[in-house]
Design a protein around this ligand. Structure first.
Ligand code: NAD
Length: 455
């Protein structure tokens, strides 16, 4: 049995039965035998089913948001934002899938025709994270289902109730139960799932788990996509509207209590405006309101996972020991549940863990820089490469800086942003493969090359 606890209070909210080797093998076998019929179901029917799922989400937002908030501690307005945000992604996939799947003739000369068609991969495993279960799950299972795959979906053990809701809604919309099966449990259940003879693993989670999955699945020559962590930097130039930049970045660093893969995790500020920026930034963060995540006015919730508190405490202790100055927060909050005060550190440098290791919590280091060149060097001084940004009023300066940055997504005067129209990917320890955009539909297919010569 999997016990689901409230991160806000530590109290038990549910018990859910866990899958085991036997039930996982049965779900795999059912998916394998049902997938060919799903693959030849007309695309228009698959689209209708996913459109019904989209509509069902929208008509049940309040209840679904309450479930998400109860098990992850995400502030309720942010839970609603997430669920309300998924339909736009589904719409993108619905609008684009036919174009992506249409066979293309790429050559026709002297009786030789060359064509490309796209076939589904088959049965895939979708192993997901808890921080945005609708987004990171939907980025995989929506295009996977639309392109004719069967999906064995393992939600995070910290978002199991939401995973079960997603399964229920997809089945009610018309996805056959064998074609989308929810596999419940922790990492050991995920590891068991990967042992099945699946055709692809689409994983969202930490670098450490991504490495293990790459090791376990790598030798099998199946499609492997790993969307992993980040240590996302932003550089604030000397020409910005300081109040505006501070407000935008405080939101980017602290939204979802800092537990976004693309949260701003490091800020570099030009020395000319450093002190004024820090003052404005701290005021923004100090104005955030912690409290019951079910309360409409709450903007900071608990951490979803209790062990993360120790990591944040360690990052603060390490930074302070090496000369950083703590200007806000810095400690767990003395209450039940997984609470950590929003934290701002200045006078930080790259010897400190807070500037190198993913924090995944409401904590940020701000470092002073003397030039654009120094900022670029520091932003690239990382094992990760998910997103990076620059704030400046000068478009040429922004584009020149961003062109030098090694990251999957780059931002000018914005942060913590994902678009269904653009590919979502990372470099280095941030992962391999991508979701979203038309590439993120193709990712669930195998392009087949046709060489056709008339007799
Ligand atoms: P995690 O790695 O702890 O767990 C992710 C999933 O993997 C869970 O479902 C877990 O049960 C499963 N798992 C654990 N061990 C496994 C194993 N050995 N074999 C198979 N499955 C296993 O990550 P998390 O705490 O759920 O998520 C937070 C991390 O995810 C952060 O690093 C964050 O940056 C990253 N993330 C990345 C993106 C992105 O798009 N790049 C999006 C969201 C989250």
């Amino acid at each position: 049995m999997l016990t689901i606890e409230s991160p806000a209070t530590g109290s038990k909210i549910a018990e859910v039965s866990e899958d085991d080797a036997h039930s996982i093998a049965a779900k795999y076998a059912a998916a394998r035998s049902a997938q060919p019929a799903w693959a030849v179901t007309p695309l228009a029917n698959r689209c209708d089913i996913l459109r019904r799922f989209r509509d069902a989400l929208l008509s049940d937002v309040d209840r679904l948001a309450a479930v998400l908030t109860s098990e992850t501690g995400k502030p309720i307005r942010q839970s609603r934002n997430e669920i309300n945000g998924l339909p736009a992604r589904i719409d993108f996939f619905l609008d684009s899938v036919e174009r992506v799947l249409s066979p293309r003739e790429v050559h026709n000369d002297a009786g030789m025709v060359e064509r490309i068609s796209h076939e589904p991969l088959g049965v895939i495993a979708n192993i997901s994270a808890w921080n945005y279960p609708y987004f990171v799950g939907g980025n995989v299972f929506v295009p996977a289902l639309l392109t004719g795959n069967a999906v064995l979906y393992k939600p995070s053990e910290f978002a199991t109730l939401t995973g079960l809701e997603i399964g229920r809604l997809l089945h009610a919309a018309g996805v056959p139960a064998q074609i989308f099966a929810v596999v419940t449990g922790d990492g050991a259940v995920g590891a068991e799932l990967i042992k099945q003879p699946i055709d692809g693993v689409f994983f969202t989670g930490s670098y450490a788990t991504g490495q293990r999955i790459a090791r376990d699945a790598g030798a099998r020559m199946i499609k492997l996509q790993l969307e992993l962590g980040g240590k996302d930097p932003t550089y604030v130039c000397d020409d910005v509207d300081i109040a505006k930049a501070a407000a935008s970045l405080a939101d980017g660093a602290m939204y979802n209590t800092g537990q976004s893969c693309c949260s701003v995790e490091r800020i570099y500020v030009h020395q000319k405006i450093h002190d004024v920026f820090v003052h404005a930034f701290v005021n923004e963060v100090a104005a955030l309101k912690g409290g019951d995540p079910a309360d409409e006015s709450t903007t900071i919730g608990p951490l979803t996972r209790a062990p993360q508190i120790k990591i944040l405490e360690q990052q603060v202790a390490d930074a302070v020991a090496k000369g950083a100055k703590l200007v806000l927060g810095g400690a767990r909050m003395p209450s039940v549940g997984n609470w950590f005060a929003p934290t701002v550190l200045v006078d930080v440098d790259h010897t400190m863990e807070v500037m190198r290791e993913e924090s995944f919590g409401p904590i940020i280091g701000i470092q002073k820089v003397a030039s654009d060149a120094e900022a670029v060097r520091l932003m690239n001084d990382t094992d990760y490469g998910l997103t990076a940004g620059v704030y400046t009023t000068d478009e040429r300066r922004a584009k020149s800086i961003l062109a030098q940055i090694r990251a999957g997504s780059v931002y000018w005067n914005c942060c913590d942003r994902v678009s269904p129209r653009l590919p979502w990917s990372g470099v280095g320890h941030s992962g391999v493969g991508l979701t979203l955009s038309t590439y993120g539909i193709e990712a669930f297919t195998r392009p087949k090359a046709w060489h056709l010569k008339s007799a």
